[in-house]
Each structure stands twice: as C-alpha cells, then as structure tokens.
Write a protein that binds this ligand. Sequence first.
Ligand SMILES: NC(=O)c1ccc[n+]([C@@H]2O[C@H](COP(=O)([O-])OP(=O)(O)OC[C@H]3O[C@@H](n4cnc5c(N)ncnc54)[C@H](O)[C@@H]3O)[C@@H](O)[C@H]2O)c1
Length: 339
Amino acid sequence: MATNGNSYATTKPPPNPSPLRNAKFFQANMRILVTGGAGFIGSHLVDRLMQNEKNEVVVVDNYFTGSKDNLKQWFGHPRFELIRHDVTQPLLIEVDQIYHLACPASPIFYKYNPVKTIKTNVIGTLNMLGLAKRVGARILLTSTSEVYGDPLVHPQDESYWGNVNPIGVRSCYDEGKRVAETLMFDYHRQHGIEIRIARIFNTYGPRMNIDDGRVVSNFIAQAIRNEPLTIQSPGTQTRSFCYVDGLIRLMEGSNTGPINIGNPGEFTMIELAETVKELINPKVEIQHVDNTPDDPRQRKPVITKAKELLGWEPTIKLREGLPLMEEDFRKRLGITRTP
Ligand SMILES: NC(=O)c1ccc[n+]([C@@H]2O[C@H](COP(=O)([O-])OP(=O)(O)OC[C@H]3O[C@@H](n4cnc5c(N)ncnc54)[C@H](O)[C@@H]3O)[C@@H](O)[C@H]2O)c1
C-alpha cells in the first residue's frame, strides 16, 4: 500500500487489476498509457519506457502543443501505438499504468485557450481517473510547481499549500492543476485508486517547442537567431531547472506523493540570459521587457522527499543541458554555428 508519510493517503485496497496483467501469453507484461506523449516530456518518457521490452506503450495526444515528429522513431514498432484523442472525451482502453501528462504547459498556449486548458485539467483528469478505476490501473499525474503560485514560503516543500490567484490569466493552469491533484486524492480515498503525483519544476531539454514562450527555449532560439535575449522585468525573479526524469521511479515506487521533481540550483533570469549568451552567442544583446501578470518572483524546490523516497536527484547541470538543447534547436531551425 502506498504511503506518503502523511495523513492524506488511504489504506483502502486498490481495485482489482485486470486479469490480463498476470497473463503470460501476451507479448508485454505491462501496458502503459501516456497521455500527452507527443509533447516534450511525454516523448522522452516514451523513449525510456520503450527501452524496457516488457512494456507496451500507448500514446494518446490531440497534438495541440505536441507533434508526431517527437515519436517518429517508434512508428511501426509492435509494442507502440499512437492514438489521436482528446482527453476531455472518455477513453475506453485496457491498460495497467497511466502517465497523465496531457495539458498545454507553456503560458503562450494555455493563455491562447484558457477554457480548454482548465477543461483538460479537470475533465481530462476525471476521465483518466475513471479509466484507472474501471481497469484497476495505477495513475501518475504530472502536476507543477505552479500549484505553489507566487510562494510566500521559500524554498517550497510539498507541505506548502501555495499562494495562487484564482482569477488571473495563469489560473486556468495553476488552479486547473490544483483541482487535478484534489481529484487524484479524492479518487484515492474514495475508491482506493493507486495514485502518484509529481510536482515538476521548470524543466527544459531537446524537443521543447521553439518560441513557446518558456524562458529557456526563448533565450536559446533568440541566441541562435542572433536576436536580443528578452528578459521580463525585473530579471531578478528566480527559477530552478532540471533535465527530464524521476517520473518512472515515482510510478514504480510506493509513495503517492506529491513529490517535488526539480532542481534546487536557483538562478535569476539575468544569470540565465548571461549563461546562454556566454555558451551560445557571445555577441547577442540582452534586453529588458515588461513582465506578464502573476509571474512568480521566486521558485526553488526542496527535493528531500525525492532524494529519500525515490533516490532521485537531478544529475545534468545547466551548463551541460543547454548545449544539448542548442544542438536540437539548431537542427530544427537549420542554423549552423558560425565560428
Ligand atoms: N515542462 C515543464 O517545465 C513542466 C513543469 C511542470 C509541469 N509540467 C507538466 O508536464 C506535462 C507535460 O509538459 P510538457 O512540457 O511536455 O508540455 P507539452 O506542451 O510539450 O506537452 C503536452 C502534451 O499534451 C498534449 N495535450 C494537450 N491538451 C490535450 C488534450 N486535451 N488531449 C490530449 N492531449 C493533449 C499536447 O498536444 C502535448 O503533446 C504537463 O502536464 C505539464 O503541466 C511541465
């Protein structure tokens, strides 16, 4: 039985898994659904899951922010299946585990259609929990550091309840994820569903959408195109980034979470811009522009739980991660590095 070391978890037994789970005559022992699997984190997760020959991976995505291109290496593989589907609609499928990632994650996209974003978080999560209940699957939600809002406590551990504006332009995402977490725990307590919640802090890496408004992808694309790096004022706001990871350990472990998955190495947007300038294009200019409302001033995870309960901590430093992303962006933009 999963425990979180706190009073939120239940001792109610989980629903019976499908009898197929133990069947020996199937090719794979574990059928895993990844919603949002055509996106940035989802496609890296699929790569990792596909490395295990005992896994069969089904991806569901509506391609709002994701792309088939991220998964093309798996097309035609007998253990891989891709379904165009919107999670706001019910899905009938037989699976053992669900990684529920589907949700636009960048402000440009979620502000473009906030109503759809909150529907994806609320109705989409309800549909996936309904599926988990029907087939007895374990379900992991990729929640976010945005549930802490503009935090009044620094750094943030999982016991902090957050400081979120319920009516702002970011609320469709922040409050949507908060409701999604609530739904996860309600299904867990009421129906015994096995849940896992990861609170991911700003992650970056190859396959992120170019120009998607997230700070690392913006700076790298701007540096490659020789455009000024635009820092939203005041530039002293901090973030901590981590490379893709930890989710499989959480799914396979015995803790419900929520568990922070992030990098406690914190730096300001000015420091980030300067690092990008130094590594990618020393000639590029740095410009200050107006900030968006409700942009959190400080973000830094406490990752004691991830270390102790999952044995996980980020291993790739920013200075190692940025060049990997630069290489991917250059290939996609068709701009080679000039000496
Ligand atoms: N990248 C980060 O820094 C970060 C930080 C915290 C949390 N997260 C969470 O991780 C998950 C993945 O984020 P990402 O960075 O890979 O974003 P992404 O936009 O690259 O991927 C999201 C995927 O979900 C799909 N999608 C969106 N709405 C859908 C719907 N209604 N039905 C089906 N598919 C839908 C998109 O097409 C896309 O492929 C999200 O849940 C996000 O909230 C990401």
